[in-house]
Write a protein that binds this ligand. Structure first.
Ligand SMILES: C[S@@+](CC[C@H](N)C(=O)[O-])C[C@H]1O[C@@H](n2cnc3c(N)ncnc32)[C@H](O)[C@@H]1O
Length: 186
C-alpha cells in the first residue's frame, strides 16, 4: 500500500495518536534538520517516523558510520518504512518512544546527538508526552538538541520546563502550517 493510503488508514484507526491526516511536507522536513550539525553526528533518534518522510531526509545528510534509530508505534507504518528504506544506518523500532533509553543501550550508543520528533504531543495522553520529553532529555548528550514540530504553541510551556533553551520558527508551507521547536540541552 502507498505511503499516503497507509498513513490515512493509521489516522482513521487512531487519530489522536497519529496526529495528522497527511504526511509532512518536504519544507517542514528540511526545517526540522536545519540546526543539525551533520559533521559531528554519531547517533540521531527519530520519534514517530510514520511513513518515513523525515527519515529519508535525515539519512540524506547523515555520515556513513552513524546510526538513525527511528521509533514508530503503529506496526503497519513501522513495517512499511523498514521495507521501503533499505539503509544499513537505519533501525526502525516498532515500540513507544518512551523506551528510547533501552534501545540506545541495545545499539551501543551512550547518548543521542539529536532527537527529531514528529509526535503529536498535544493529543497523546499527558503522562505519555511528559515521560517522552523527560526520557528524551536524559538520552541527549551535552549540547544535544530535541527538535519537535507541532501545529500550535500548546507544548511550549512543557518543553521550557524541561529544556532551558527553546527557540521557535514557523513553516508556512505545510498542511497545516507548523511550529518547529529547537530545544537545546545545556
Ligand atoms: C504526525 S505523525 C508524523 C509522521 C511523519 N514523521 C511525518 O512527519 O509525516 C506522528 C507519528 O507518531 C507516531 N506515534 C504516536 N505516538 C507514538 C509513540 N508513543 N511512540 C512512537 N511513535 C508514536 C504515530 O503513529 C504517527 O505515525
Amino acid at each position: 500500500m502507498k505511503d499516503k493510503k497507509l498513513f490515512l488508514k493509521a489516522f482513521l484507526k487512531n487519530p489522536l495518536r497519529t496526529g495528522s491526516v497527511i504526511q509532512s511536507s518536504s519544507f517542514l522536513a528540511d526545517k526540522m534538520i536545519q540546526s543539525v550539525d551533520f559533521g559531528k553526528v554519531r547517533c540521531i533518534v527519530e520519534l514517530g517516523c510514520g511513513g518515513g518522510v523525515m527519515t529519508k531526509n535525515i539519512l540524506k545528510k547523515m555520515p556513513e558510520n552513524s546510526k538513525l534509530i527511528s521509533f514508530e508505534i503503529d506496526s503497519s507504518l513501522a513495517e512499511h518504512t523498514r521495507n521501503k528504506i533499505r539503509d544499513s544506518r537505519l533501525v526502525v523500532i516498532n515500540d513507544t518512544a518512551e523506551n528510547i533509553g533501552q534501545y540506545l543501550h541495545k545499539y551501543g550508543m551512550p547518548n543521542a546527538d539529536y532527537i527529531i520528533s514528529s509526535l503529536p504531543l498535544v493529543s497523546l495522553p499527558k503522562k505519555t508526552s511528559i515521560n517522552i520529553l523527560r526520557y528524551a532529555y536524559e538520552c541527549l548528550g551535552p549540547g544535544g538538541q530535541y527538535i519537535q514540530f507541532q501545529y500550535s504553541l500548546a507544548s511550549l510551556k512543557g518543553l521550557k520546563q524541561i529544556f532551558s533553551a527553546v527557540s521557535i520558527s514557523f513553516v508556512f508551507l505545510n498542511l497545516p502550517p507548523a511550529f518547529v521547536y529547537v530545544c537545546t540541552k545545556i
